[in-house]
Design a protein. Structure first.
Length: 160
């Protein structure tokens, strides 16, 4: 491969890692917010956000489903999602920092973590059929290829 191609692949790698870091930060913030906000508050916010749409169209699919989900959102569910988002985000943030600093441990650790996340995402997709999970899984697969490629280059240039 030409040096220009390697440079471009490295740039794409860095952008994808920064995007994973931004996503991880959003997950951490979401997890913290879920820990501190009550289920009643969440339900009232969703009601306020969907109220106008449901007045305009009482059969609105999205608004109706959001309202139904919020009204059935239990404390146990809230705590699970808060823990899941926060732990998932913190793990990804640690890996992103390692990758951006070129730490050798972070490459195989990132490949292992992304593999596990992808398996879980495919499992969840089998229940939810969420297009967003498919997009996230494809993005994770692309990031894994870039991490693998970058890891081979870093190992080749690091002294033994």
């Amino acid at each position: 491969m030409k040096p220009v191609d390697e440079h471009r692949i490295h740039q794409i790698f860095e952008v994808s890692v920064w995007l994973k870091g931004a996503h991880a930060l959003i997950e951490c913030i979401g997890g913290i917010l879920l820990f501190v906000i009550s289920t009643d508050t969440i339900a009232s916010w969703v009601k306020a956000l969907t109220q106008e749409e449901l007045i305009e169209d009482p059969n609105d699919f999205i608004a109706g489903h959001l309202l139904q989900m919020a009204s059935h959102f239990s404390i146990a569910s809230k705590e699970f999602y808060a823990f899941y988002l926060l732990s998932h985000g913190l793990i990804k943030l640690a890996l992103v920092v390692g990758l951006l600093r070129g730490k050798l441990w972070s490459y195989p650790a990132s490949l292992a973590a992304l593999s596990l996340f992808m398996v879980y995402q495919v499992y969840r997709y089998s229940y939810t059929h969420s297009f967003g999970l498919l997009v996230l899984t494809v993005f994770d697969a692309v990031v894994m290829v870039l991490i693998w490629h970058e890891w081979k280059i870093v190992r080749r240039h690091k002294p033994a």
